[in-house]
Design a protein around this ligand. Structure first.
Ligand code: FAD
Length: 298
């Protein structure tokens, strides 16, 4: 009934029912979304939200590169920004507006080609701008919110807001502040620099990543946040957990904070291995690791 009501509105995006979320997450696991919407663009997404019953559970996904969807999927509506909110533009000499569905590596390259420096590190993060804003994604000393001048958000009624960093509590891989709003674009302040040097930094960073991370196998990046003054990967490796497996899920032998789907894994096994790793580190080092990866669904 929900879906029929939505179909009667003049939507330009793609509305799917019972759509497998394994196709929308980098671990390539997860059950179906009861309803999934891929908007055509920002205006279309606003129409969609305005017509949505207010009690309908809502989950937003970018590239699903930091999200574990459980095997029985998500009841309610999943909104996919990748491939939809994809506009990028130079607002003035040093400020770039990027919509939430823009892939982080695309933003990094766009800025570098304009001779703008400051977000080269985003080239190594295989998520969207929306996901990076939600997570305060970062690496190699860079963090998303260090460059944010403003963000554009939508609330559940489809109303637009322009917010500044002062509206949020931003910490290491953690952003709080406006729980009933979602990011639709970020305005990033960069510095004028050298195009070739910026592109060279990106090339080096990507070469370093493919040498140190299992980038070609389905994974979700670092599963745990680093505890203060230490590295989750060091602690996991010291417990002898590299290569530890449950079913088709294994702790990477290349980078101990990565968990790999070898093919045919279940979300249940991934979650069980995450728990096993956390428990083992706690028993052997007395340190409670906290997940960076978000777990959603049933
Ligand atoms: C190989 C690999 C390497 C990685 N390396 C890094 C790294 O170096 N540093 C790092 O920080 N991360 C890294 N990650 C993790 C991941 O890429 C980042 O966290 C990324 O920012 C997630 O973006 P996403 O679009 O995939 O988010 P998703 O997984 O789709 O979503 C993540 C969370 O953000 C929420 N969300 C998504 N879009 C929006 C939106 N528009 N508005 C509000 N909330 C939203 C989701 O609901 C979810 O809770 C890596 C992942 C992989 C697979």
């Amino acid at each position: 009934m929900q879906t029929l009501e939505l179909k009667s509105i003049n939507l330009r995006g793609k509305l799917l029912t019972n759509a497998s979320l394994a196709h929308y997450t980098s671990w390539r696991v997860g059950g179906p979304a009861q309803t999934l919407y891929e908007p055509a663009d920002l205006a279309d997404l606003m129409v969609f939200l305005k017509n949505l019953p207010q009690d309908e559970p809502l989950v937003w996904l970018g590239l699903g590169s930091n999200t574990l969807v459980r095997d029985h999927g998500i009841k309610g509506i999943v909104i996919i920004t990748q491939g939809a909110l994809i506009k990028m533009a130079l607002l003035n000499g040093v400020t770039v507006r990027a919509e939430a569905g823009v892939a982080c590596p695309a933003l990094a390259r766009y800025c570098a080609r304009q001779g703008l420096e400051g977000v080269e590190y985003l080239a190594g993060i295989p998520g969207t701008v929306g996901g990076a804003l939600a997570m305060n994604a970062g690496c190699h000393g860079g963090e998303t919110w260090n460059q944010v001048l403003a963000v554009e958000t939508l609330d559940r009624f489809g109303h637009a807001h322009l917010r500044t960093p002062a509206d949020y509590e931003v910490a290491y891989r953690n952003v709080k502040g406006q729980p009933q709003e979602w990011f639709v674009a970020g305005h990033f302040k960069l510095v004028k620099g050298d195009k070739e040097q910026a592109l060279e930094r990106i090339r080096k960073l990507l070469a370093h990543r493919s040498a140190t991370q299992p980038t070609s196998e389905p994974n979700c990046g670092s599963v745990f946040r680093n505890p203060p003054g230490d590295y989750a990967a060091r602690l996991i490796e010291a417990c002898g957990l590299k290569g530890q497996r449950i079913g088709k899920v294994v702790v990477s032998t290349k980078h101990a904070n990565f968990i790999i789907n070898e093919g045919g894994a279940t979300a249940k096994d991934i979650e069980a291995l995450i728990q096993l790793v956390a428990d083992t580190v706690n028993q052997q080092h007395g340190i409670q690791l906290h997940r960076e990866v978000h777990i959603v669904g049933e």
